[in-house]
Design a protein around this ligand. Structure first.
Ligand SMILES: Cc1ncc(COP(=O)(O)O)c(C=O)c1O
Length: 458
């Protein structure tokens, strides 16, 4: 009998690593996302990067780029931190996934999270992303309270899975996927009166909030708002879910941004930098009271699960990330360097009217640009951020990006290990771009032909 042992000639890892720029683009266009590939090419974001360490990324021609995007907040420790790989090597002999066992490394990470989180937060559920951490929080809130309504903020971003999307305040991401989760309601961000009016009905399971809105354009609420919101939630027996996926783990100059107002949420979500920029991980941590009501019986303890959640590698990395944040003093670094950068950007703003606003906390900084040029008015708010980001990348080798809900805002979220010299370099280059173009009109005329044709995809 003929043996059927035909082996498909798949691409080897060595071949993938050795792809030329063209091969890489062609394969990506054919098998991943053609329009995204085109868009990245159009704005010059299609470089071939060969290596990365700390704040730097190096392309195939040996050019070094400074990363001030920081993986949308996932690179608080920078690229490829040595100690994260050491942690991985320490556990690589252990079973990584064995659900029918009690994993001590997972338990230790949960204990450490309880130690570093504010208030009574104690029990952790582990998943693999920020959106999943939010999904768990929403389910937990409904199960714990027996209520169904979830209140969220306009302009928020909590992820793109169905549940997280249902509480994400950007219509563009929602429209095609309706109907989304029932019984959710939006309130304006930073408006305690409107929040009180909804909470008063006493029918909300939870109010989910980013202590600083990230993708919404780095929006810092007025001092006192979070405290007020916390008090209102307690008064009307609605759980407060703090989404610290982007703000957490030192980014804003505190371990968690709710600590700026001494807020103790009932449930907190984190992800991104908990994986050290290397391993996907999400965590949803709840107080004992909430956890017990939500999942605290033999019947309920497996109501919410995730195959890779709490795997040994991810937990080992999470433990090491927290150690590194303390060892390198990253909370203090973020606070001090953030204050420096914010103050310098505000000085820059006085010289360049193109900068409409500078805002943020710690090393979570947003730079909003004016879109008042008459000719560009109709389209400008759709792509000003990417124009500036493109200039910084292509002429100055600095990586930044706009925020998802507000493309007019460039985010500055460098790794927390960034140096003052690197910050100064970015400031000088930004000044160079602003001086060179003077107004968005000339920037757009210079770059606009191709870009205008791409506007439809934003
Ligand atoms: C505040 C916040 N929550 C949730 C998410 C979703 O995280 P992920 O992309 O890991 O699903 C993000 C992502 O940017 C975020 O900023």
């Amino acid at each position: 009998m003929m043996e059927s042992t035909e082996t498909k000639r798949t691409v080897s890892l060595e071949e993938a690593i050795a792809y030329t720029s063209k091969e890489k683009k062609d394969v990506y266009k054919t098998f991943v996302n053609p329009d995204l590939a085109n868009l990245l090419s159009l704005i010059g974001f299609d470089k071939t990067f060969a290596s990365a360490l700390g704040t730097e990324v190096i392309d195939s021609e040996g050019n070094t780029y400074l990363d001030f995007l920081g993986g949308y907040g996932a690179l608080n420790l920078g690229h490829n931190p040595k100690r994260i790989y050491e942690a991985i090597s320490k556990v690589q002999q252990m079973p990584n996934i064995l659900q029918t066992s009690i994993n001590g490394v997972t338990a230790a990470l949960a204990k450490n999270l309880a130690m570093i989180c504010p208030g009574e937060l104690q029990y952790s559920f582990f998943s693999n992303s920020g959106a999943e951490a939010v999904e768990c929080a929403l389910k937990m809130a409904r199960s714990a309270t027996g209520r169904s309504k979830i209140i969220y903020s306009e302009n928020s971003f909590h992820g793109k899975t169905m549940g997280a999307l249902s509480v994400t305040g950007r219509e563009k991401y929602r429209t095609l996927f309706k109907p989304l989760l029932a019984d959710v309601e939006a309130v304006p961000y930073d408006d305690a009166d409107r929040l009180a009016a909804i909470l008063k009905r006493r029918d909300a399971a939870a109010f989910i909030i980013e202590p600083i809105q990230g993708e919404g354009g780095i929006i810092v609420p007025k001092s006192g708002y979070l405290r007020h919101a916390r008090d209102l939630c307690s008064k009307y027996e609605t759980l407060m879910i703090a989404d610290e996926v982007q703000t957490g783990l030192g980014r804003t100059g505190k371990m968690f941004a709710c600590e700026h107002e001494n807020i103790e949420p009932d449930i907190m979500c984190m992800a991104k930098s908990l994986g050290g920029g290397v391993i996907p991980i999400g965590a949803t941590i709840a107080s004992e009271a909430v956890w017990k009501k939500a999942f605290g019986t033999t019947e309920k303890c497996l109501l919410h699960t995730s195959t890779f959640g709490g795997n040994t590698l991810a937990a080992a990395v999470g433990i090491t990330v927290i150690e590194e944040i303390y060892r390198l003093n990253l909370i203090k670094e973020a606070k001090e360097k953030g204050e420096y950068m914010l103050s310098q950007l505000r000085i820059l703003q006085t010289r360049h009217p193109m900068i409409k606003d500078v805002r943020g906390k710690g090393l979570m900084i947003g730079l909003e640009f004016n879109d008042s040029e008459r000719i560009l008015q109709r389209i400008s708010s759709q792509y000003l951020g990417s124009l500036i980001a493109g200039e910084l990348l292509n002429n100055h080798r600095i990586i930044t990006a706009y925020t998802l809900n507000n493309p007019n805002v460039i985010r500055m979220e460098p790794p927390l290990i960034v140096t003052l010299e690197e910050i100064d370099r970015v400031l000088a280059c930004l000044e160079g771009v602003l001086t060179k173009y003077g107004s968005f009109l000339s920037l757009a005329v210079g770059k606009g032909k191709d870009l205008l044709s791409s506007v439809r995809v934003w």
